[in-house]
Write a protein that binds this ligand. Structure first.
Ligand SMILES: NC(=O)C1=CN([C@@H]2O[C@H](COP(=O)(O)OP(=O)(O)OC[C@H]3O[C@@H](n4cnc5c(N)ncnc54)[C@H](O)[C@@H]3O)[C@@H](O)[C@H]2O)[C@@H](O)CC1
Ligand SMILES: [K+]
Length: 504
């Protein structure tokens, strides 16, 4: 049994895996030896001619890994300088044993003056804190972390760069900026969530011998977003299929001066394989839209009565409401009318509920119709705070926990957007997306994402999988284009991204 590469273990789950490994008869010191040796090997691989390895050892087992690495590096002929935090004579358990076996005379952390910024400077092995970081860095250790960053020494971090919270990816007081991070058995959420991801550099996962079945049993309901999670439910067009079988997506446009966003969503929906896509628009926007559309159809809907008439057509399989729609009573009425259908509520559709989010959640709680539960909310950070002010402001929660709490409250799948988008379902499943290039943050990008997810919903992909696949496809399309991309380019790149997936 292999550990799937999208597995993520929160620090407490990793500790549980460690505990169960020990119970199953594995030596925990043996795991530490494996970890420390792997760190030494990684250092030698990346810095084969290093002048001096500076190993910074903390007061826990992360420090223990550091003592093993220091010993192994010294045995292989590398000059090693060792600096410790706290009194090494007070180390306990495996870390005490690792320290005892390491015959290098160290010095207190305060004695270290980082020597970086040149080819023959120090390579720092950061074994101060890993999974056990419990509070913000302060005092001498904070000052040292800042000095090492300032000196631009190359840093190889053990498990996590010290100062990164493995659960949330947050910087606790200060954090080292690593070139390489070596972690064990599986990555932690903090390797993917920002700013942690940026501070980890290149991450290597090493198998130190905890059986995969134990890791799998300890892993929770969080993973990295990727095809392995949702490939099985991705709609696959078949030759004999009629276009109606591939669903009918309806996208709501704003008024005459706000049709672009809806058009982007609709175009993205068509590219993502919805059999039919219709833009619904108020009468005064029809002539503007008519000159801009070819394959996408157009339908006049002015008010709630008009919408209710259209909703009787059950061949409409999904809806996108929000892009360019305008904030206000009309958006609220439309969203509530659509709350029992497969719906992507985005942008203005979300912001319209900032005064009374509960009215939306109550509507989402009423189950009706066969598409029940197929709702996706796609807030960016500002919109998230408008709907879930208390959750957004809770400093004890990381982005994953915030998205989960929001999904549970709203009874909808939440796509909490950003460079580290988190997708969460009301039942607790959650994914962190990491394939989005920075240039994806461009005008209209969110409209394209809403259309992609809408099209997947229209093809009957379940909401959580549709949202996750949509976010991934959007990132993949962006990655194919590179710097300077526009939202229109993104629409064009959906085809190749989808083709890549279907071929895989
Ligand atoms: N879980 C596993 O299966 C394995 C874990 N290993 C290592 O063990 C590490 C976890 O070890 P621990 O749980 O001992 O935790 P750490 O070694 O990460 O840190 C805990 C120690 O740091 C202190 N501390 C926490 N925050 C501090 C702060 N802000 N300022 C000053 N002191 C602070 C704590 O009081 C405690 O003494 C992992 O990151 C990994 O490197 C490896 O040895 C291999 C096996
Ligand atoms: K570390």
């Amino acid at each position: 049994m292999l550990i799937p590469s999208h597995t993520l273990l929160a620090p407490d789950e990793m500790a549980e895996a460690d505990r169960r490994a020990a119970l199953s008869g594995l030596s925990s010191y043996g795991l530490m030896e494996q970890a420390g040796r792997a760190v030494a090997a990684e250092v030698l691989r990346h810095f084969p001619v290093l002048e001096r390895a500076v190993v910074l050892c903390g007061p826990g087992n992360n420090g223990g890994d550091g003592y093993v690495a220091a010993r192994v590096l010294a045995e292989s002929g590398v000059p090693v300088a060792l600096f410790y935090l706290g009194d090494p004579d007070r180390l306990k358990g495996d870390a005490e044993r690792a320290h005892r076996n390491c015959k290098i005379n160290g010095a207190p952390l305060s004695a270290y003056r980082p020597d970086g910024g040149k080819a023959d400077g120090d390579v720092v092995i950061d074994a101060l804190f890993g999974a056990g970081l419990a509070r913000p860095l302060e005092g001498e250790v904070k000052a040292l972390v800042e000095a090492v960053n300032e000196a631009e020494c190359p840093v190889v971090a053990v498990d996590l760069p010290s100062g990164i919270d493995g659960r949330t990816g947050r910087v606790m007081g200060a954090a080292l900026r690593a070139q390489h991070t070596i972690t064990f058995m599986a990555r932690k959420p903090g390797h993917l969530l920002l700013p942690g991801r940026d501070l980890c550099g290149h991450v290597t996962v090493t198998d130190i011998g905890i059986p995969a079945r134990i890791v799998a049993a300890c892993a929770g309901r969080l993973a990295e977003n990727g095809p392995a999670v949702w490939q099985a439910s991705l709609p696959r067009p078949e030759t004999a299929q009629h276009k109606f079988v591939r669903g009918h997506l309806m996208v709501f446009s704003g008024g005459p001066s706000a049709t672009g966003a809806g058009r982007l969503s609709a175009a993205a929906g068509l590219r993502t394989g919805a059999g039919l896509v219709t833009i619904a628009a108020p009468g005064n926007a029809l002539s503007v839209l008519a000159t801009q559309l070819t394959a996408v159809m157009l339908k006049r809907i002015d008010d709630l009565d008009g919408l209710e008439g259209v909703l009787e057509d059950k061949r409409l399989t999904a809806f996108v409401l929000g892009p360019g729609f305008g904030i206000g009573e009309r958006a609220r009425a439309f969203a509530l009318a659509l709350s029992g259908r497969a719906l992507v509520l985005d942008a203005d559709g979300i912001s319209s509920f900032s005064e009374d989010p509960q009215s939306l959640f109550d509507a989402f709680r009423q189950e009706r119709g066969e598409e029940q539960g197929q709702r996706v909310l796609t807030p960016h950070e500002g919109e998230f705070a408008r709907l879930f002010a208390d959750i957004a402001g809770d400093r004890s929660l990381g982005k994953v926990e915030k998205a989960r709490a929001a999904a549970s409250r709203a009874n909808a799948v939440i796509v909490y957007k950003g460079a580290d988008t988190v997708i969460a379902a009301p039942d607790g499943r959650a994914l962190i997306n990491a394939n989005a290039p920075p240039w994806l943050a461009t005008a209209g990008s969110g409209d394209v994402l809403a259309g992609i997810i809408g099209a997947l919903l229209a093809q009957k992909m379940p909401a959580f999988e549709a949202a996750a696949a949509g976010v991934w496809l959007h990132g993949d399309a962006g990655g194919r284009l590179g710097a300077g991309l526009t939202a229109e380019d993104l629409v064009g790149a959906i085809g190749p991204a989808l083709a890549g997936l279907l071929a895989g």
